[in-house]
Each structure stands twice: as structure tokens, then as C-alpha cells.
Design a protein around this ligand. Structure first.
Ligand SMILES: *Cc1c(COP(=O)(O)O)cnc(C)c1O
Length: 466
């Protein structure tokens, strides 16, 4: 039997010797992360895409050497280059997207998953992960649907997949009738794409001049004669502004018209953890399906999405059979059947880092993080209002703040944003609203301080060209 090129060195992360093999490599990774962060010295690398690509070419070559360079050399050079060239969400000046700084505890938990590599397409690849996923999904689903018959949730890669599943379940419930989908113009682009992917008719899009779906406009739209079953998609925390649609009123309109309600709470759902803000989600539990992400306001490394339902029986439409994974006799003998819990086959237990985080911080601990970033967003809005050179779009609903140099036209806002990116000074997002283009700060950093917020605004003012 030929010996692998590495000779007698242990290669594998798992098994009894795995931890001893991993420990020095993890040490190398952690050192390289620190060096790369120091090389970068800010929220993102300076010089734009060309400078980053040049440095990566230098660090990554040879890409496929004939002879390997060994784990430490490869880790040192590539981890350092990755960190040097990262947009670092843990830096308070990196506050553009729903791109959160992950909690150290969740990242550490994810290492265990990488070492053990359980796969949730069959019980015999992931016995404990399967049992833990069942419990944790139910516990999270009960937060969303406390009065549900048998609340359950599926783990997804995020809001995009959750929205797809929401539409798919509605399509299956329609039993072959064409589905009418009604959404606000403020809904996430993935809703449109899911309809396209699933072969559903183009959604009817209601304009949202006030930033949220108007129940009166929805009522009129649903009053139009139509034989098709209807799915209404509402949003709790829009990606552009963090606005929350008036959920109870929308749920009433849906009830009146016997329409099904899907709520995309990818951003907003973790407000449920907060003693202060959970009331903002009043009405969420009236949705048939709810999308929520914990890789946004839940501080998880990607991916950590869920689709919650009040009654797990609603998931039966996803049942699927493959003899090697869920043979009937295996299922009858008591082996859990996992194939109907995702459209994916091989599936990483993303629930594990979530379960560890929930235990480590508790509902209250997570709620306090939510409270902190929401308060920081309010403070940022105060600071903007106090500066005549800056204009605030609206008071924040969750933790998203839109602003711009007072009166700045769209091209100037876009150029300012790119200037900050190019200098590696700050990562701010952009959001187009009926009143033009805005800079977007999505505050997700639980360590952010008033001085950081002031510094961010000074950067914007200092890079504004009159
Ligand atoms: C982020 C987001 C999505 C998409 O979620 P992914 O996790 O990126 O797939 C969908 N809807 C809303 C409202 C979002 O903010």
C-alpha cells in the first residue's frame, strides 16, 4: 500500500488524534489572522479590486504545486492574505450590509462541526447533530409561533432559500392551481427569483411609497377577482431600510381574503430575543411560513437561516425518498428520516453553532446585543440630525440608518461610497428610495461606541466633494 506523500504525518481533523493534529494548525491560523488584520489596518484593504487581486496572486501562487508545501506554510500565507484582503465586519467602519461580525463562541463551535463533518441527509451520518437539530429547530420555531399547533423549522442557507421554500410550500398547497403572489415593492429580490425558479406566475408588486406594504392597497389588490389561491409576502425588516410592514393589519387582510401569508423576517426576526423590541414583531406568528436569518442580527458565521412554520405537518410536501438514505424499513425501524427537511442532500449542521450560541448567551444575552445595535443606530441618527452637512432619510426602525451629504445627487452619493471603499476607509452600503440614493449604515457591531459613529460621519464629511 503506497504511503501518502506526507509520509507518517497525521492528516485528519477527526478521530482521537484529531485534536492534537488540529491544535498547532489552529494556532497558525490564529497568528495569521492577527498578522493579516494588522497588514490591513482598517475595515477593508486599500487600493480597490486591482490591488487586492495583485496581492492575492502573489500569495496564492503556485495555486496547484506539484509538491505540497505543507499545512503551516499554506495556512500562514493564505490565511494572512485572506485577512489582509477582508472586509472586516468586526471593524466599526465596516457597516454596510447585513453582514455581521460573528461571535467568537459561534466560530469556535463551527470548528467542531468542521472536524466531525456530520451530514444531515441521513441519521447514520449525524446521529447527535440530527437530534440536536430537531430540538433546536422546535425551540426557535416556538419563539416565532408560540401558539402554533406543532411549531417546527427547517434549517436553510439563508433568507433566499427560506423564501424559496415558503413559495414552494404555498405552490404545493395550491395543488396544481396557479398561485397568485402579491408582494410589496419593498420585498427582497429573492421573492421574484423564487417565483421564476419555481415556475410560478410573476408576482404582483404593490408600490410602497411609504417604505412598507400598505394594508389598504393590499386589500384593494386582493379584491380583484381571481380564482387562484393567493400568497401574500410581507417583510419584517427590509434590506434597504429595516422597515417592518404593518404585520397585524396585513394578517387581517389576508384572513379576510383567505390568502396565505409568508413573512420574510430574515433581518427582523431576532428582535424576538429582545424584551424591548419583540413587540415590533406583533403579528409575525400569524404567518404560515416565516423566513429568519441568524447570520444577520444573530451574529452567526454564514450560513444560519431558518424557515419556521406553526405546524410541522405543513412540511410534508417536501418528503422525498432515496433508498440509500431513508429506506422505508429503516424509517419503520426508527431511524429518523431527514431527507424531507431540506432540498439539499449533503448538509452541514449549521444548527450546531446556533445551539451553542443560544446556550452561551441565553435569550436575554442575544436580546441585549439586539438592543445595543438598535440603540447605536438611534444614536447615529441623532448625530446625523445634529450635523447640517448631513441629511437623515428617516429614524431607524431596527439598526439601518440611511443618510447622505445634504442634498447630494445620486451620482455624488455613489462616488463618495466608492471613494471610501477605494481608500479602505469605510464600508457603507447604498440604498435607492423614492427620494434618491442614500448611504446605508447597517449597525450590527455589538461593540460599536459613540466615538466610532462620530468617526464614521467625519469620514463621510471629509470625503464629500462640494
Ligand atoms: C438578507 C435578506 C434576504 C436574503 O437572505 P440570504 O441570507 O442572503 O439568503 C432575504 N430577505 C431579506 C429581508 C433580507 O434582508
Amino acid at each position: 500500500m503506497p504511503v501518502p506523500a506526507s509520509g507518517t504525518a497525521r492528516l485528519l481533523a477527526g478521530g482521537q488524534s484529531g485534536p492534537d493534529v488540529l491544535r498547532p494548525m489552529v494556532d497558525t491560523v490564529l497568528n495569521a489572522l492577527a498578522h493579516g488584520a494588522a497588514d490591513r489596518g482598517g475595515p477593508l484593504p486599500a487600493g480597490g479590486p486591482a490591488a487586492v487581486a495583485r496581492r492575492i496572486r502573489g500569495a496564492a501562487r503556485p495555486l496547484i504545486p506539484d509538491e505540497g508545501e505543507g499545512p503551516h506554510h499554506a495556512l500562514r500565507s493564505l490565511v494572512r492574505a485572506l485577512a489582509h484582503g477582508a472586509a472586516e465586519p468586526a471593524d466599526p467602519r465596516c457597516t454596510a450590509h447585513l453582514h455581521c461580525p460573528p461571535l467568537a463562541v459561534a466560530t469556535a463551535a463551527d470548528l467542531a462541526v468542521s472536524a466531525l463533518n456530520p451530514s444531515l441527509d441521513s441519521w447514520d451520518q449525524a446521529p447527535a447533530a440530527c437530534a440536536l437539530e430537531t430540538l433546536t429547530c422546535r425551540a426557535l420555531a416556538e419563539l416565532v409561533h408560540p401558539h402554533g399547533l406543532d411549531p417546527d423549522a427547517l434549517v436553510t442557507t439563508g433568507g433566499t432559500e427560506s423564501n424559496q421554500l415558503g413559495l414552494l410550500l404555498a405552490r404545493e398547497a395550491a395543488q396544481g392551481a396557479p398561485l397568485r403572489i402579491v408582494r410589496g415593492a419593498n420585498a427582497h429580490h429573492s421573492v421574484q427569483r423564487a417565483a421564476w425558479l419555481l415556475g410560478l406566475p410573476e408576482p404582483l408588486t404593490l408600490s410602497t411609497p411609504g417604505g412598507v406594504l400598505d394594508p389598504v392597497a393590499l386589500h384593494s389588490a386582493l379584491d380583484q377577482p381571481c380564482d387562484a389561491p393567493t400568497l401574500v409576502v410581507a417583510t419584517a425588516g427590509t434590506t434597504d431600510t429595516g422597515a417592518i410592514d404593518p404585520l397585524p393589519d396585513i394578517a387581517d387582510v389576508c384572513d379576510h381574503h383567505a390568502a396565505t401569508l409568508h413573512i420574510d423576517a430574515a433581518y427582523g426576526a431576532p428582535l424576538l430575543f429582545s424584551d424591548t423590541f419583540h413587540k415590533r414583531l406583533h403579528g409575525l406568528d400569524r404567518a404560515r411560513t416565516v423566513a429568519l436569518d441568524l447570520h444577520k442580527l444573530g451574529w452567526q458565521p454564514v450560513a444560519a437561516g431558518l424557515l419556521a412554520v406553526p405546524d410541522g405537518a405543513a412540511l410534508a410536501a417536501l418528503a422525498h425518498h432515496a433508498d440509500y438514505l431513508n429506506a422505508d424499513d429503516d424509517t419503520e425501524a426508527g431511524l429518523p428520516d431527514l431527507l424531507g427537511r431540506s432540498l439539499r442532500t449533503t448538509r452541514r449542521p449549521d444548527i450546531f453553532k446556533i445551539a451553542v450560541t443560544l446556550r452561551a448567551l441565553g435569550r436575554r444575552g442575544l436580546g441585549e446585543l439586539v438592543d445595543h445595535v438598535c440603540a447605536a443606530a438611534q444614536h447615529l441618527a441623532d448625530l446625523i440630525e445634529a450635523r447640517p452637512g448631513l441629511e437623515l432619510h428617516a429614524r431607524p426602525t431596527i439598526s439601518t440608518v440611511l443618510f447622505r451629504p445634504t442634498g447630494a445627487p445620486p451620482a455624488a452619493v455613489a462616488a463618495l461610497r466608492r471613494r471610501l471603499l477605494h481608500h479602505g476607509a469605510a464600508v457603507l452600503g447604498r440604498a435607492a428610495t423614492p427620494s434618491g440614493l442614500w448611504l446605508k449604515a447597517t449597525v450590527l457591531n455589538p461593540h460599536i461606541q459613540p466615538d466610532d459613529l462620530r468617526g464614521l460621519l467625519e469620514l463621510v464629511e471629509g470625503n464629500t466633494t462640494p
